[in-house]
Design a protein around this ligand. Structure first.
Ligand SMILES: [Zn+2]
Length: 276
């Protein structure tokens, strides 16, 4: 046996050990996913509903995540990068007071976290489709989590809302409701916000991609937007072969034609369906 081969081999083992020690913690830190948590503190006036939803949410949240993945192809692993806390309240903060649920991306003790809040006073009114609203909010949470907080906050609103409405299957009812109320007057360009009806315009952009390019292209588009940290024009060209300016024109034409097809409401105004 060659005398020198022994120490050489040892060196290699030591080097390998060093290599693993150095990289393992880094790798596991990146792949460590945090399970969502339930905020058990609720002192509001709908205790019975709270108990019911609190028991249902475990199954519902898991099923919703799976449904959303199937709908938009957002890459999702078990657990979350940022802690997600689901809680219940009776009064949402200004701006969200009429929402059945909302997601807030925030900081606590230097750590990024997301809060998904369900407003039980709105839930009690029962004119919402709870599962669709939950899917909408979960889509926001999943997109924030996948992109990272920084990239997600600079991503345009039309992408956030259009994707959430599309993923939650809220689009067709919402579109009908707003078209019956406002015709096509809410088509003002993806980057302009005038009212809640703009969500229907945002939805149409995703419907256009689906109709024109298919669901694989839509999944790839969402995946590339996440991967490219919000570079929508390049993600679009890479997956749908459309330049940004052409896309805007095509979405506008498509939206006008979809709205023409819906037409005007023939019943009594009070029978126009709710957007949610
Ligand atoms: Zn939303």
């Amino acid at each position: 046996m060659d005398k020198s081969s022994f120490p050489k081999g040892m060196n290699r083992i030591i080097l390998l050990a060093l290599f693993f020690n150095f990289f393992l913690p880094l790798h596991s830190a990146e792949s460590r996913r945090i399970p969502w948590a339930l905020d058990e503190v609720y002192s509001g006036s709908y205790q019975e509903t709270f108990q019911k939803l609190r028991n249902e949410i475990q199954f519902l949240l898991r099923q919703t995540v799976i449904d959303v993945v199937g709908q938009i192809g957002l890459n999702y692993q078990e657990g979350w990068r940022y802690p997600l806390v689901v809680g219940f309240l009776d009064n949402a903060p200004p701006g969200a007071e009429f929402a059945l649920a909302y997601v807030q991306l925030g900081m606590e003790g230097g750590e990024i976290r997301q809060d998904l809040r369900i407003n039980l006073s709105q839930y009690e009114k029962e004119h919402f489709d709870f599962e669709k609203v939950l899917a909408h909010e979960i889509t926001h949470a999943m997109l924030n989590d996948a992109m990272g907080a920084e990239a997600s906050t600079v991503l345009p609103l039309w992408f956030h809302e259009g994707l959430a409405v599309y993923a939650a299957n809220q689009g067709e009812q919402m579109l009908k409701s707003y078209v019956y109320h406002y015709g096509n007057s809410f088509l003002n360009g993806l980057d302009h916000y005038a009212s809640a009806a703009d969500y229907a315009e945002n939805y149409l952009a995703f419907k256009y991609i689906h109709k024109k390019h298919g669901s694989n292209a839509l999944h790839n588009f969402v995946f590339e937007v996440v991967k490219r940290k919000g570079d929508i024009p390049n993600a679009l060209e890479y997956t749908c072969f459309e330049k940004w300016e052409d896309f805007l024109k095509n979405v506008m034409e498509f939206s006008e034609s979809e709205i023409r097809e819906i037409g005007i409401f023939k019943g009594r105004p009070q029978d126009i369906p709710q957007p949610y």
